[in-house]
Ligand binder design. Sequence first.
Ligand SMILES: C[S@@+](CC[C@H](N)C(=O)[O-])C[C@H]1O[C@@H](n2cnc3c(N)ncnc32)[C@H](O)[C@@H]1O
Length: 357
Amino acid sequence: MADETSAARNDARLAILELANMISVPMSLNAVVRLNVPDAIWQNGANTPLTAAQILSLIPTPSSSSDPENLQRILRMLASYDVFAEHVDPASSTRSYSLTEIGKTLVTDADGLSYGAYVLQHHQEALMRAWPLVHEAVLDPTSEPFVKANGEPAYDYYGKKPEMNALMQKAMSGVSVPFMKAVLDGYDGFAGVRTLVDVGGSAGDCLKMIMRKCPSVVEGVNFDLPEVVAKAPPITGVRHVGGDMFKSIPNGDAIFTKWVLTTWTDDECKLIMENCYKALPAGGKLIACEPVLPRESDDSHRTRALLEGDIFVMTIYRAKGKHRTEDEFKRLGVLAGFPRFKPFYIDHFYTLLEFQK
Ligand SMILES: C[S@@+](CC[C@H](N)C(=O)[O-])C[C@H]1O[C@@H](n2cnc3c(N)ncnc32)[C@H](O)[C@@H]1O
């Protein structure tokens, strides 16, 4: 028997209980987004520390039986993950909460966007049904847990449910807009490109921002599934084209794709990249923007966010879809015919990967 009195065993018992209760973290995050707590605290930038009761009085749909104590329990736990800052009045011990930098990512902007939609998207019932089946991805990788739980692949399922499709688009826009704002200053790979195709472009936000920043790009083609582009808003200079990237991709001087390769198997990625290759002129670039795993595992926030996203892909999109290392992406490029490869590390989560024909 191990000596349970040692400091190492004490730490281990604590760590395993923290891990075993970890589900409280994302589900509480989902709860505060559903309750509109970040917007209630933000109040057009005031971000004044508020008690749970004050927050409840500001949320759009309070009920007469709303319980401030339970909200405070959630806020307190999320404060330990630095989503909220906790302020304790020394005299009365009253707790109040403001938003940290992390909490501010959940505040809706003038266009109604934030990371909140991404949090809600991940915790919809159909996705949640897949999570108890993660072990099935090990026992039988021929179909992902989402299929086992819901009978069909995620994109087919979203396609039949307009509200899920709309939330997916909102989630993608909410994540992509701040990312594009951050990287476009540090990357000049679109210079000289006239026609740019965005493969899996969703609502077209990335294309819109690239075109705003890079004046040479005068024609944008936002290419996605027909049911997705049908809901995309009109954007000046952008043609929304519905289709299937596994069949063919519209021609362009360069191709951009973000957060697409990751959700597919190696064979599927090779097919998508071969279709990109066919759609490009000699010397043309495929600019992919994907999470790239470090070779070594460690406990940094970056590595954890990337490895956690990898399990999400395995569970929801493809049992053999995955986050890849730089070497794995380079190898896929070569298999699809691209002789040149260059990575650009600007953002902590996504890496820009240039594959040149
Ligand atoms: C994770 S989302 C990324 C969206 C967008 N690029 C972004 O980063 O905000 C993946 C996109 O691929 C699209 N997609 C899935 N299957 C596709 C297919 N067969 N052909 C074209 N697009 C597809 C989805 O509809 C979705 O918009």
